[in-house]
Write a protein of this length. Structure first.
Length: 426
């Protein structure tokens, strides 16, 4: 069964036995022209839908159904049934159920269902072939029964959803046509029916790697851009610290800060990542936080005069140590706190009084509040990429089968750079 992307429900999916029409029939219909199969269905309508969801009690058997088993073309009182021969198989990564603690590969499983590669008549949805999927830390938050405003929980028994780069195969929407490349929210599956088309971006620039639209030119890139320029109010010469600095967001924040003439230090979880920060992304310095028993002392070593801007990606002990090292009138852009996503309850922060003593602005932000800046962002960043002023490191896992492991790996730092899953080449 096709999974619609758009609108979350939090309702669990149930098994759904169906009688499938095999193919167009000539002569007398036979039982073998149909087959019984089982898929899953959510018992809740997508948000904004004006349909109804029913449990069928009795089915009527009518002679005219035989007419619909023929191929009917053009305007007609009857339309043909869709034969199974017109649907394709669709590999999917299914979310198993809500859980506590760290995510495991077994919290997801692979299954194969079917999908018709045509949008329903009258709908303004699009059908896409997914090419690249983005692994994002926020997906862990959606694996909980979410009560946070603005986030929806995944539905157990349904495919995960997240950002993707995809190719439009069929469209009922005037802004998209077959062959268009798009990025935006899609399903963790080979093909998706996307109803939330308002969140899709048509890809106009294809002279850069397409996978960049999951990272550098997609949501994480916009996060780095909006978070640094809009939230941090940066000035030339300021002292900038970035945690999870080699990741999808962090590596860009550091490069933006260097271009502005700031002094930039990043923390990351391995020697390989520290080398990348210093030698590839041009940070002034970097350290492996896992080797520092006293984070406060480490920050004092790298910032003897204190930190003006902290780009917060991890939270917990790092935030506590940073607070002690902030300068008066410093800014903390709270982008995320990945060290807390698997903890119940989250750790406390002890040094918040520093906000008062040092008159620090600590501001949380969400990238979706800045989508209006996307064109400006592209106009700024595309030339930087072409001139080699910005570089980007990706970690590409091959095949939908590798997606669960790739997602889980974010929480132990297995990814080096932006974690992407390659589902299909165009
Ligand atoms: N506000 C928004 O709109 C928005 C948008 C996108 C992302 N975010 C947030 O931005 C942050 C970075 O996201 P990203 O996409 O760039 O991810 P990422 O950095 O590419 O991947 C996550 C990295 O976090 C580090 N990490 C994992 N567990 C950690 C822990 N317990 N303590 C310290 N570091 C840990 C790991 O790197 P190490 O090897 O260095 O430990 C891992 O590679 C996340 O908090 C995410 O939720 C926010």
């Amino acid at each position: 069964m096709a999974s619609g992307v758009g609108g979350g429900s939090g309702e669990e999916a149930v098994k759904n036995k169906q009688v499938i029409f095999r193919d167009y029939v000539s002569g007398l219909p036979k039982e073998s022209d149909m087959e019984v199969s089982t898929t899953t269905v959510k018992l809740k309508l997508p948000e904004g839908s004006n349909g109804v969801m029913v449990k069928n009690l009795y089915l009527s058997i009518d002679p005219y159904m035989r007419i619909r088993m023929k191929r009917i073309e053009g305007p007609n009182a009857f339309s043909s049934f869709t034969p199974a021969s017109e649907v394709v198989s669709n590999k999917q990564v299914i979310f198993r159920d809500y859980f506590d603690g760290f995510p495991k590969e077994s919290d997801m499983y692979l299954t194969t269902s079917t999908i018709k590669l045509k949008v329903p008549e009258g709908s303004n949805a699009v059908i896409v072939k997914n090419l690249y999927l983005s692994c994002d830390p926020v997906m862990r938050i959606r694996m909980r029964r979410v009560t946070v405003v603005g986030f929806t929980s995944y539905t157990p028994g349904s495919p995960l959803t997240g950002y993707a780069v995809a190719k439009v195969l069929d469209s009922g929407h005037p802004d998209f046509k077959a062959g268009d490349l798009v990025w935006g929210p899609s399903g963790w599956e080979e093909y998706s029916l996307i109803t939330a088309t308002e969140s899709l971006h048509k890809i106009q620039h294809t002279d850069v790697p397409l996978s960049y639209y999951t990272g550098l030119l997609g949501m994480p890139g916009m996060t780095a851009y909006a978070g640094f320029y809009e939230v941090c109010s940066p000035k030339k010469g300021e002292y900038v610290f970035i945690s999870a600095a080699s990741g999808a967001v962090g590596q860009l924040v550091g490069q933006f800060a260097k271009m502005l003439g700031c002094y930039v230090v990043g923390s990351a979880g391995s020697k390989e990542k520290v080398d990348l920060l210093k030698n590839k992304f041009g940070f002034d310095n970097a350290f492996n936080y896992k080797e520092e028993h006293d984070l406060d002392a480490a920050l004092k070593r790298y910032f003897p005069e204190g930190i003006d801007i902290y780009f917060e990606n991890v939270g917990g002990k790092t935030l506590d140590a940073v607070l002690l090292n902030m300068r008066v009138h410093g800014r903390i852009a709270v982008c995320g706190m990945i060290s807390q996503y698997n903890l119940d309850p989250p750790e406390g922060v002890k040094n918040l009084m520093c906000l008062v003593y040092k008159r620090i602005h600590m501001i949380g932000f969400i990238v979706r509040d800045y989508v209006h800046l996307y064109t400006k962002f592209l106009d700024t960043v595309l030339p930087y990429i072409k001139e080699g002023k910005i570089v980007y490191v990706e970690d590409i896992a091959e095949g939908l089968e590798s997606a669960p492991a790739a997602l889980v790996g974010l929480f132990s730092g297995r990814n080096v750079g932006k974690q992407v899953v390659l589902v299909a080449r165009e």
